[in-house]
Ligand binder design. Structure first.
Ligand code: GLY
Length: 377
C-alpha cells in the first residue's frame, strides 16, 4: 500500500477502529447528526454527544469500552473556516470512550501507541497540553510515555476543559503536531495554544469527571470516564504532510471541482482560495445533514443548513460562478464517502434535489432584491 492509500481517510478510520477493538472496545458506526432524545443540542458536534446517557449513568452501555467514528457539525468556528489550515464545520471525529472503566493512564498510553507505533508519526514533533493543575496527567506524559517536560504545556479552562452546554465535562489533555517553523507565525514563544497554523491540535483526551447542569453547576460523576476526540481530516493532513485539511482527499476533489466550475485556479489568489474552501466545507456539511433528514428552513437545524448553503452560494458568486452549482459538488462528496456512510449513496438524488431547490430559491430572492434596488436607484 502506498503512503497516500495507507493514510487515506478511509484507511485511518479503519486502523483507528481496529486498534481500539484490539484493546477490548466495542466499535460502532457513526450515529446520526440529529441528536436523539436530547433537547440540549441542535446537532451532534462531538463523538461523545450521542453517548451522554452512558457517561451520566442514565443508561447502561453495551460495553464499558467503546470507540466510534462520528459525523460532526460545529458552527462555532465558522468564521475561521477557509482562513486557517484546520477549521471545518463538518468533520469526522474518531473517539474512544471509557464508561467507568479505564482512566488517564490507559487513555494517554493508547493514544501515544496509536500515533507513534501504528500511524508512525514522528515522536519528536508531538507536543501535549494539560489542564493547569493536572499534575497526574503531566506525570503520565513525562514518566510513562517519556515526553520531555519542555513539550508539555499547561493551559487554562478556555483550552483544556471540555464541556457542552450541559452534561459530561472535565479537564483535558490535547496532543499537538508541530508542522514546522516555516508554517508558523515566527514568534519566539509560539507553542501549542498559539493561534497560528504551526501547531495543529489533533487529539483531545477528556477526563470526564463532572456532569454540568443547566445552572452551570458541576456535579462529580460516580465514576471517572474517558472521552477522546481526534479530528480525522486533521490527522490525515498531518500523515499526508499536506498544508491544510482542504488538501486532503476527499475534500480536495471538491475544491478542484469548484475551481473547474469557476475557472479560477486553486492557489492563484488567497481570497479566492478561501471562497473555494468555504464552499467545499459547507457543501460537505449540507450533504451529510440532508442525508440525515434535515431540510432547509427558518428555524433550528434547518436554519443552520440554510445558512450554510446560502453562504456557500454567495461565495460561488464571488468566484464568478453564474449558474447554480452546489448540487454538482454532492457527487464528489458522496462518491468518496458512501463506503463509510451508505445513506449518502442511497439518498443521492434526494440530497441533490434539496440543494438545487434551495440554491434556486436563494438566487430568486437575491435577483428580486437586486431588481428592487435598481428600480430605486
Ligand atoms: N469530546 C471531546 C472533543 O470533542 O474534543
Amino acid at each position: 500500500m502506498d503512503t497516500l492509500d495507507r493514510f487515506s481517510i478511509n484507511n485511518i478510520r479503519k486502523e483507528y477502529l481496529d486498534f481500539f477493538r484490539s484493546k477490548g472496545h466495542l466499535t460502532e458506526n457513526s450515529f446520526s447528526l440529529i441528536p436523539k432524545n436530547d433537547k440540549s443540542l441542535l446537532l451532534i458536534g462531538a463523538g461523545m454527544a450521542p453517548l451522554k446517557k452512558y457517561f451520566t449513568g442514565a443508561e447502561t452501555p453495551p460495553c464499558k469500552r467503546m470507540a466510534t467514528v462520528q459525523k460532526c457539525v460545529r458552527t462555532g468556528d465558522i468564521d475561521n473556516v477557509g482562513l486557517t489550515a484546520r477549521h471545518l464545520t463538518f468533520f469526522e471525529m474518531l473517539g474512544n470512550f471509557s464508561f467507568g472503566d479505564y482512566f488517564k493512564k490507559e487513555a494517554i498510553q493508547w493514544a501515544w501507541e496509536l500515533l507513534t507505533d501504528v500511524l508512525k508519526i514522528d515522536k519528536d514533533r508531538l507536543w501535549v497540553t494539560v489542564y493547569l493543575d493536572d499534575d497526574e496527567a503531566e506525570k503520565i506524559w513525562h514518566e510513562v510515555v517519556g515526553i520531555p517536560k519542555e513539550r508539555i504545556v499547561r493551559l487554562g479552562k478556555a483550552d483544556n476543559f471540555w464541556e457542552l452546554e450541559v452534561g459530561p465535562s472535565g479537564p483535558c489533555s490535547e496532543i499537538y503536531y508541530d508542522t514546522g517553523a516555516d508554517r508558523g507565525c515566527g514568534c519566539s514563544d509560539c507553542k501549542p495554544g498559539c493561534d497560528c497554523n504551526r501547531y495543529i491540535e489533533i487529539w483531545n483526551l477528556v477526563f470526564t469527571q463532572f456532569d454540568k447542569d443547566e445552572q452551570g453547576v458541576y456535579h462529580p460523576l460516580p465514576n471517572p470516564n474517558i472521552d477522546t476526540g481526534m479530528g480525522l481530516e486533521r490527522v490525515a493532513a498531518v500523515l499526508q504532510d499536506k498544508p491544510t485539511v482542504f488538501d486532503v482527499e476527499p475534500l480536495f476533489s471538491v475544491v478542484k471541482k469548484v475551481s473547474e466550475l469557476s475557472g479560477v485556479p486553486y492557489g492563484s489568489n488567497d481570497k479566492k482560495d478561501i471562497s473555494m474552501k468555504i464552499i467545499c466545507d459547507h457543501s460537505r456539511a449540507a450533504t451529510f445533514m440532508i442525508g440525515d433528514g434535515i431540510i432547509p428552513s427558518n428555524e433550528g437545524r434547518g436554519y443552520v443548513l440554510r445558512r450554510l448553503l446560502r453562504r456557500a452560494a454567495r461565495h460561488g458568486r464571488l468566484l464568478g460562478i453564474k449558474d447554480i452549482f452546489l448540487h454538482e459538488l454532492c457527487d464528489k462528496v458522496i462518491e468518496n464517502s458512501k463506503g463509510a456512510y451508505p445513506e449518502l449513496g442511497e439518498k443521492k438524488d434526494y440530497i441533490k434535489k434539496v440543494i438545487k431547490l434551495e440554491e434556486e430559491r436563494f438566487r430568486e430572492t437575491i435577483d428580486s432584491g437586486m431588481d428592487i434596488l435598481k428600480s430605486y436607484i
